[in-house]
Design a protein around this ligand. Structure first.
Ligand code: ADP
Ligand code: ZN
Length: 450
C-alpha cells in the first residue's frame, strides 16, 4: 500500500508537496517559528548552550527574525568532543531510542541520538530524498552503505522502506555478494558512496556482466563523500543508471539534509522546513552573496534529542533559491567541493582533491581510481597524482609507450592550469590502488608523518 497516498504527482511524485513546493514566504515563516522554539528548547535543556548563549550575550527572546540566527553561537565538532559522548543531549537516556556516530573521518567520532519523534521525522526526510531521486514503491533497493554506527545504512534503509521500495540491506563490502544479489534480485536502485559505485562498475565489467541483462539498475543514490560531474557521467554510463548526489551528516541527523531531484540534477534540494541554512565566508564568518561558495552552517529545526545551533559543517558549497524545473521551491546546494579540512596546501596553494578529480574524469584513458600523495623534500611540498589507467588504455599502450607518456604529460599540464601548481602524474596499472568500501581515502599526506 502506498504509505502516503496524497502526495503522488504525475511521473515525478513529490513526497511532501506541502513543504517541498511551498512558497518561499511560508517556508521562511515556518523556519522562524521553529527557530524560536529550537533556541528556547536548547537554552532550557542543554547547559552547554545556556553557557554558550550567555557568553555571547544572547537569550531566546532576542530572536525576532531569521537573520537573528547570527546572534547565536556557532557549534563545532570540538563542542561534541568536549561533551563526549552525551553531554550535548537535551533528553535523558531513557527517551533515546537510537544512537549513531559520525564516521570519524576527522578524529574521534561525534555521538548523536534520536528520540522516537526524531526518528520518525528523519525517516520522512529520507523518504523525500529518495523519492526526489526517482525511487518508487516497485523499486528494489540495494543498500551498500555500511550498517552500524554510520548513519548512512540505517538512514537510507528506513527511508526506502517508507516509500515502499523492497530494501536489500547488503551493507558495505563483499563485492561478490553485492553483484550476485544485484543480478539475481534484479536490483533497480543502488545506494553507496560514489567511489564504491565506480568500483562495483569495474568489477561487474570484469565478470562480463551486462547492463540490461545482469544489471538492471535505474537509480543510483550516492553521497557521503565529495565527487564530481565527471565521476557522475562515468558511473551513469558504466552502470546504466541515473545518479543523484545526496548529502547529510550525523551532527545534523544523517542523510536527508539535502538531495538532488531526478528532474533537474542540478543541486541538492534542502529540506528547508526542517533546517535553516547559512553559507558563510570561512574567514570572516559573514554570509556570502546568494549563489557564492562558502561554508555551510546549518541549524536543525526539529530535533528533540540533540538540538544543535548553527553547526559549522566545514563543507564548502553554494546555495541558490532559483526555481528548479521539478516544481520544488526549496533552496538547492551545489556539489560539495570538499571540507575545509580536506584542503591541501601545496606550496602555499589551496588544493581540493575534487579539482584534480575533475581533470582526471574529463580525460580519456584514466579510471576513476586515484590517490594524491603529498611529500616534502628540502622544505618543498610535492604533490604526486597517482591514477590508474583504464583497462583499454593499458592494453593498447603496452605496445605504445609513447602514448602513456603523452597522457601523463597532458594530465600534468591540465592539472597545472587548474591549480596553478605543478604536480607529478604517475600512471599506475589497473587494480593497483586500494579500493574503499565506504568513504574513499583520496589523500596520503606523508608530510604529517615526518
Ligand atoms: P564524518 O564527519 O566523520 O565523515 P559523517 O559520516 O557524518 O561523518 O559524514 C558527513 C560528511 O560527509 C559531511 O560533512 C561531508 O563532508 C561528507 N559528505 C556527505 N555527503 C556528501 C556529498 N553528497 N558530497 C560531498 N561530501 C559529502
Ligand atoms: Zn528539483
Amino acid at each position: 500500500m502506498n504509505p502516503n497516498p496524497n502526495t503522488r504527482v504525475s511521473d515525478h511524485p513529490i513526497w511532501d508537496p506541502k513543504w517541498e513546493c511551498a512558497d518561499r514566504a511560508s517556508i521562511k515563516s515556518l523556519q522562524l517559528e521553529r527557530l524560536k522554539e529550537t533556541v528556547e528548547y536548547a537554552y532550557c535543556r542543554v547547559p552547554v548552550y545556556r553557557e554558550k548563549m550567555r557568553a555571547a550575550g544572547v537569550s531566546p527572546s532576542d530572536i525576532h527574525c531569521l537573520d537573528d540566527v547570527r546572534l547565536l553561537p556557532i557549534t563545532t565538532k570540538a563542542d561534541f568532543h568536549e561533551n563526549y559522548p552525551f553531554g550535548m543531549f537535551a533528553v535523558p537516556a531513557r527517551e533515546l531510542i537510537r544512537v549513531h556516530s559520525s564516521s570519524g573521518t576527522t578524529g574521534k567520532p561525534t555521538v548523536v541520538g534520536y528520540t522516537r519523534r526524531d526518528l520518525e521525522t528523519w525517516v520522512e526526510l529520507v523518504a523525500r530524498m529518495v523519492s526526489a531521486a526517482g525511487v518508487r514503491q516497485d523499486d528494489i533497493a540495494q543498500i551498500s552503505f555500511g550498517y552500524g554506527m554510520f548513519t548512512g545504512g540505517f538512514g537510507l534503509h528506513y527511508g526506502l522502506e517508507r516509500v515502499g521500495a523492497t530494501v536489500v540491506p547488503v551493507s558495505s563490502g563483499n563485492t561478490d555478494r553485492q553483484l550476485m544479489f544485484m543480478a539475481d534480485f534484479g536490483s533497480t536502485t543502488f545506494v553507496s558512496t560514489p567511489s564504491y559505485a565506480a568500483h562495483i562498475a569495474e568489477e561487474a565489467k570484469q565478470r562480463g556482466m551486462e547492463i540490461g541483462r545482469d544489471i538492471r539498475l535505474k537509480w543510483g543514490l550516492f553521497g557521503a563523500e565529495p565527487w564530481t560531474e565527471g565521476m557522475r557521467r562515468r558511473i551513469q554510463c558504466s552502470l546504466g543508471l541515473s545518479a543523484t548526489d545526496n548529502y547529510g551528516m550525523s551532527e545534523l541527523c544523517g542523510p536527508g539534509f539535502s538531495g538532488e531531484c531526478e528532474v533537474g540534477k542540478d543541486g541538492m534540494h534542502i529540506a528547508e522546513d526542517h533546517f535553516l541554512w547559512e553559507v558563510l565566508d570561512p574567514s570572516t564568518q559573514q554570509p556570502v552573496k546568494d549563489g557564492e561558495v562558502g561554508e555551510l552552517v546549518a541549524t536543525p529545526l526539529w530535533k528533540e534529542a540533540l538540538p544543535i545551533l548553527r553547526y559549522r559543517t566545514r563543507d564548502l558549497t553554494a546555495v541558490t533559491t532559483e526555481p528548479c524545473p521539478c516544481g520544488r521551491t526549496t533552496a538547492r546546494m551545489c556539489r560539495v567541493r570538499g571540507r575545509t579540512d580536506d584542503m591541501l596546501i601545496i606550496r602555499g596553494v589551496n588544493v581540493f582533491p575534487t579539482q584534480i578529480e575533475h581533470v582526471l574524469m574529463e580525460t580519456e584513458g584514466t579510471s576513476p581510481h586515484y590517490l594524491l600523495v603529498v611529500t616534502r623534500e628540502a622544505a618543498l611540498d610535492n604533490l604526486e597524482v597517482w591514477v590508474e589507467v583504464s583497462e583499454k588504455q593499458f592494453v593498447e599502450s603496452m605496445s605504445r609507450l609513447s602514448k602513456m607518456n603523452e597522457l601523463q604529460a597532458s594530465l600534468a599540464k591540465k592539472i597545472h592550469s587548474v591549480l596553478g601548481v605543478s604536480v607529478k602524474v604517475k600512471l599506475v596499472e589497473p587494480q593497483t590502488l586500494e579500493r574503499s568500501q565506504g568513504k574513499a581515502k583520496r589523500v596520503l599526506d606523508k608530510r604529517s608523518l615526518e
